[in-house]
Design a protein around this ligand. Structure first.
Ligand code: 5RP
Length: 260
């Protein structure tokens, strides 16, 4: 691993863990609830995010280039909720990611779908480009409606992503999640998934880090919360400070201190 690639990976983590804020949902589902105006949603959350996962369109239009949060740039897409989601292509080049000063790029893979091979090729191509320039690739294990989110399937998808050279992998929490982590030689982070009650989302984050996740890449459970800043602070308390769900839930309810 080159020094540059290691340096970029290290920007994403604090003490081996990360709270990545995912706001890339619009790339296939349009103006997602809570993200209709990305700037308004993202700005107050930035001080609490270890990194920000988004597309170049939202980065350019909605994030001040003067801020310091590391960027995880989504570079696969080209599909919408109206059609087959797995039929993705690479939408943004590695050179563009570097121009945008991305710390990593994110590519979805759809293992088991009709387009499995194309999406794995997208990942492999971006890993090859990333190796040339020292840019890590986050593989996103996307799950089709018909696919089980169990340790066998997610373990398969995560391991394939790591074998193709992803520097980190995003997946879903599941029963026997430890097996997924044990079978994957690179850090695994979890997506939050659909909005659920805040306490349940904190429990999800807590269970995931207990079972070996290196953190979360969470979106809807933060920006669709009634108190997004309180929620991201509570997620940080679980992921970075090892707080219990009860303690974190109290942090959720408290008014925010001035940001760092
Ligand atoms: C979509 C993504 C999202 O960023 C990911 O699902 C995380 O967001 P959420 O916590 O809302 O699930 O990669 O493909």
């Amino acid at each position: 691993m080159s020094w540059g690639l290691q340096n970029r990976v290290s920007r994403l983590f604090k003490d081996g863990r990360t709270v990545m804020l995912a706001v890339d949902h619009g790339y296939f589902q349009g103006p997602t609830t809570g993200l209709e105006n990305p700037r308004r949603t993202v700005t107050p959350l930035l001080p609490y995010a270890d990194s920000l996962m988004l597309t170049r369109g939202v980065l350019r239009t909605s994030v001040d280039p003067g801020q310091a949060v590391p960027i995880v740039l989504r570079v696969s897409g080209g599909t919408s909720i109206l059609k087959e989601l797995s039929d993705e292509v690479v939408t943004t080049s590695m050179e563009e990611a570097i121009r945008l000063n991305a710390s990593a790029v994110a590519v979805s893979i759809f293992v088991g779908s009709d387009h499995e091979k194309d999406t794995l090729a997208n990942l492999a191509d971006m890993v090859n480009a990333g190796e040339r320039y020292g840019v890590p690739v986050l593989a996103v294990t996307a799950v089709g409606r018909e696919m089980a989110r169990d340790a066998r399937y997610l373990g398969l998808a995560c391991r394939i992503a790591a074998e193709l050279g992803a520097s980190l992998v995003k997946t879903y929490y599941c029963e026997d999640f430890r097996k997924v982590v044990e079978g994957c030689p690179v850090p695994v982070i979890i997506a939050g998934g659909k909005k659920i009650p805040e306490r349940d989302a904190l429990q999800l984050a807590s269970d995931a880090v207990r079972d070996g996740a290196a953190g979360v890449d969470m979106g809807r459970n933060i920006f669709q919360s009634s108190n997004p800043v309180g929620m991201i602070r509570a997620v940080r308390a679980v992921v970075h400070e090892g707080k219990s769900v009860e303690e974190a839930a109290r942090a959720f309810a408290k008014p925010a201190k001035p940001a760092r």
